[in-house]
Design a protein around this ligand. Sequence first.
Ligand SMILES: [Zn+2]
Length: 560
Amino acid sequence: MCRLCDEGRPQDHGSQLGRRDFLKASTLAAAAAAGGGILAARPAAAHDGDAPPADSGRPGRRYVIRGGYVMTMDPSMPDHGEFSKADVLVEGKKILAVQPNIRAGGAGEIDATGRVVMPGFVDTHHHQFETALRSFLANGVLINDGSGSPSGTGTYFEYILLTFAPVYRPQDVYINEVFGGLSQLDAGVTTVHDVSQIHHSPQHSDAAIQALFDTGRRAAFGYFESAGANILGTNPGNQYPQDAPRIKKQWFSSSDQLVHMIMGGEVYLGDATTEQSWKIGRQLNLQIAAHILSPFGIRPIMDALAMGQGGSNHDIGIGPDNLFIHMTGMSDAAWQKVKDVGAQVSIAFPIEMNMRHGMPPLIRMQQMGMEPSLSVDVECTLTADFFTQMRSCMNLQRLVVNQMTLDSPNGNQNLPDPRNWELPQSAVTVPGSFPYWPTPPADIPAPLTTRDALRYATINGAKALRLDGKTGTLTPGKEADIILLDATALNVAPLNHVPNAVVSLMDRTNVETVIVAGKVRKWQGNLVGVDLNRLRRQLEDSRDYIFRAANVPQNLFRDF
Ligand SMILES: [Zn+2]
């Protein structure tokens, strides 16, 4: 029993470490005080009848989500898991049943009339520590290209990694993580892989983990390097990667909690670090994640890993425990190995298109019979909502496939040429009469559909994080990570097709109710019991400190 919960001030009981233990770390006291009790800021109760079911998510507590357009994303269920009107019965943190007309006695009810009921989105790669730097780098590419252009001058490597990241304190990590996490929760993203990459000391790591627990959404804590500071040598407290066993033991001894751990194993840090981080990760039975992209010179490194000859001892190989991010510009052999061992792939479509990672490799994956998960990467450049992810993914794939189809009578002789994909030059050489409208050749994937994009955004993400036994679909027995999307809204009505409306029309304003492990976290448009004004002030204070310490002037209209 919890007195505060009973008084209508719901507390987060997801933490395995008590807050008291956390406060013992003196360097973290400020972080805890700054963000502590984010769920206790004000009572959750609204007017009678408007309130969410009492004590949602607690053992034994039942409620029914009644009468929604239910899209379970599980085609093995009756009616392929798609119901034009059905109910979802939740008990404690789990889904008990999904079917029309559930009788549940005196269980609480959520009226889902006019709402799409579906699994929360799963983001497989997000640098939440960068939340205070939102939109700073919207024009920038990865590395300075010497062009002097706004994009080539203000770049990710120079500013985000080498300038801002090294000055982060544990309390900055904490508030950045919490605020970015709540923002995504508000947008219906109920699971994240946080590539925190800001581990200048064990206190930084603990602050990131505490923030993930306090945010109260499902998360994989990605234990990556001390970004930027590891290049500058300004991180005497750096314990990456050898602090991993301590972190796993202290925070992740139970699998029955919302947050678990993934080992960061960046291969661009050098063979010695690859050798160490991958071996530690495998000893701890953790997934091992890494950014893989040709602009960082990773293609030959990946080839060595594919042959089982990576690392300083030439004995590290790709396995089913790998999660590879981006995978732009890799060789046929490396891709074949990734497929053969069943490693996971995360594609950040909007970021890769914007920041010069290379062509997102979806067509290649489709031609090999593989599918990706989706990830948002960095909000210093682009938004972290999943409607943007799904639409960008569909638009990119369909742009390429449609152009390949139109150019196919020429043997695709004009493709691929990313500098010049206009129609006329190929159209004029095609024989035949109007209309110029070829049938797609058999070796070109079909244009992506909204169901494809939704699958990438939900169950594929859960699989990529080894969470598909818990989330990713509304299958009875799984935990209840559920979102309700308003299909009566001005930007959606009238509803004619559920998957199409979600992907092609909706945005975060349609995310009305969000449930994580049975617990209602957003209710009728507002996060429950979160003092956003207070948290925003703390984030702004953190932002001011970071810019000051990094000696970067704050200027709301400055371009590079
Ligand atoms: Zn990344």
